[in-house]
Write a protein that binds this ligand. Sequence first.
Ligand code: ZN
Length: 126
Amino acid sequence: MQDKWISVKDRLPENGNGVLVGRFNKRSKFYSIGIDNYMGYGKWWDKDYNEEVWSITHWMPLPEEPKIEMQEVKYGYWHLLDDCANAGVYCSVCNKKVYKTDYANQKVKSKYCPNCGAKMDGGDTV
Ligand SMILES: [Zn+2]
């Protein structure tokens, strides 16, 4: 994903697209960041105020909207495997090695698996 400011001198967004913009107010010498729409022909439009905006120097695409997942909670438990090369602490739900054994003695008792998000609630072997 693009995460750097793009100078309007270098490139402009597609017409009609709302993008993150940086505006420099020459009078107050105040820089602000907002979301405006590029209307083509060098014109920018502020939807909130319904007026043309000036002094946009930079823009960048908006980040993706947050995804809200309505997942049912999975329950699992940490599962310690201490033999051979695969030693580690595994998640019982996704079976991924989440921690190395070295860390197992420390507090690995995170309540959620960082891989699949399962809630660690079941029996425990660590
Ligand atoms: Zn998991």
